[in-house]
Unconditional design. Structure first.
Length: 119
């Protein structure tokens, strides 16, 4: 099992920055990749960014490309999401997730952290 705990959410003005963290514990050797998703009120959860654990390859949703950066710290088993130039439409609960293989869906999820961007 893998446990994920997010932190770093909060309230920020449009144009500001926040950095989210997701610490993984448990059988972290099983992790193939980790990702960030978000869910705004009344909307479906959507993909934000992902990073593979071994090669560090990254992939972003078009809506955040150029503004958000995903990174990892292997020693701390932690993944980060640096969010710059935030917009009110970035307001959502942000979830960290992990998967064991490229063939599987994300099977491990954190509890979520609220990000609110005021205009």
């Amino acid at each position: 099992q893998v446990q994920l705990v997010e932190s770093g959410g909060g309230l920020v003005q449009a144009g500001g920055s926040l950095r989210l963290s997701c610490a993984a514990t448990g059988r972290t050797s099983n992790i193939y990749s980790m990702g960030w998703f978000r869910q705004a009120p009344g909307k479906e959860r959507e993909f934000v960014a992902t990073i593979t654990w071994s090669g560090g390859g990254t992939y972003y949703a078009d809506s955040v490309k150029g503004r958000f950066t995903i990174s990892r710290d292997d020693a701390k088993s932690t993944v980060y999401l640096q969010m710059n130039s935030l917009k009110p439409e970035d307001t959502a609960v942000y979830y960290c997730a992990a998967k064991r293989s490229s063939l599987y869906d994300y099977g491990y999820w954190g509890q979520g952290t609220q990000v609110t961007v005021s205009s």
